[in-house]
Design a protein around this ligand. Structure first.
Ligand code: NCD
Length: 341
């Protein structure tokens, strides 16, 4: 396994192929642990992992906390509604409070993009050793979700050897509210890095044309793309055409909380045009898996019947795989030698 060089994990735009390989390899070892009866590892004994979620979460927070406990870390969890945020304390001062209590890793979720990156910078400036792991920031990035989706796909294609190689030449269709989705953005970095082509599908109000160039330039502050050649990104507006030749489908929740104007006039119409159902997946030439990061608006982006059909739908498997993926990230961060930030 290569040497891990990321002090904080904010985004996947700076992940190399080796990074993806390391995460998948380690997660696959952790996934096998329950079968060997060794659920808890002593690796993070004496370390404190704090989940600092300023925005609601069911899966991500619980799964980070379980992952940390599986590695024997102490876990501290912050509840925004009953916190001093209500007395006007800033996210930075809240973070510094947990740093002062000894947090080694802060897993941060916030509704504004770049809060985890800003916290990471501020903590470094303050001389703190605490590392930041982004648990989802606005519509910017959700690295652990991108990685668990990648692993779920690799595992689906080859459960014996679920490596990044499984993605080479695959055609992954992402359907829905791409504009407001941090999950889609993280998946775009991860999937194209591993050699998959991505077809984006959705109405123009939720999927601007500019997304075809999403991975062409690294974000501000990053000079180089560590990936030599990425898979391609296409936009196909018709779901029927988009699904032609697909190897997997990812659906996304309509992020109503991030829509500041009425971008969709009719949810029923949206379901007819973009909802993924047992009927629409017949447009793929073969049986393909359907994914969704959750939470699902049943009957909008996906039919309830498809969500419950575990022979096709990988939603529960994505949740299960979130734990070994987050164990891998915490493990790599806690045990790394830091070469670069
Ligand atoms: C996603 C999120 O919060 O970004 N959910 C998740 O973490 N599993 C997607 C969403 O909210 O739609």
């Amino acid at each position: 396994m290569s040497r891990w060089s990321h002090r904080h994990i904010i985004d996947l735009s700076n992940f190399s192929l080796e990074d993806y390989r390391s995460v998948l390899e380690l997660a696959n070892k952790f996934k096998a642990l329950p079968q060997t009866g060794a659920r808890k590892l002593p690796t993070l004994q004496g370390r404190l992992v704090t989940t600092l979620f300023f925005e609601p979460s069911t899966r991500t927070r619980s799964s980070f906390e379980l992952a940390a406990r599986n590695l024997s870390a102490d876990v501290q969890s912050f509840a925004p509604t009953s916190s001093s945020l209500n007395k006007g304390e800033t996210p930075l001062d809240t973070a510094l409070t947990y740093v002062a209590m000894g947090a080694d890793i802060l897993v941060v979720r916030h509704s504004s993009p770049n809060v985890p990156a800003l916290l990471a910078k501020s903590l470094e400036k303050a001389g703190a050793q605490t590392k930041i792991l982004n648990g989802g920031d606005g519509l910017h990035s959700h690295p652990s979700q991108g990685l668990l989706d990648l692993y779920t796909l690799a595992y689906h294609f080859n459960s014996k050897e679920p490596t990044t190689n499984e993605l080479i030449g695959k055609r992954i269709v992402i359907v829905g509210d791409i504009l407001h989705s941090r999950v889609a953005r993280s998946n775009l970095w991860a999937l194209t890095a591993c050699g998959a082509d991505v077809v984006l599908c959705g109405p123009p109000s939720l999927l601007p044309e500019a997304f075809t160039k999403f991975v062409d330039n690294p974000p501000p502050g990053q000079t180089l793309d560590p990936i030599g050649q990425r898979g391609k990104i296409f936009i196909i507006r018709s779901l029927k055409e988009a699904l032609h030749g697909a190897d997997a489908i990812m659906t996304l929740r309509l992020q109503k909380e991030r829509m500041n104007q009425n971008l969709l006039s009719d949810l029923y119409r949206y379901h007819v045009d973009y909802g993924v159902t047992h009927e629409s997946i017949k447009w793929c030439e073969k049986k393909v898996p359907v994914m969704h990061p959750g939470p699902v608006n049943r009957g909008v982006e996906m039919s309830g019947a498809l969500l419950e059909d575990q022979s096709i739908c990988l939603v529960q498997e994505q949740v299960t795989n979130g734990i070994p993926i987050r164990m891998a990230l915490l493990y790599l961060m806690a045990s790394s030698e830091i070469n670069e930030h």
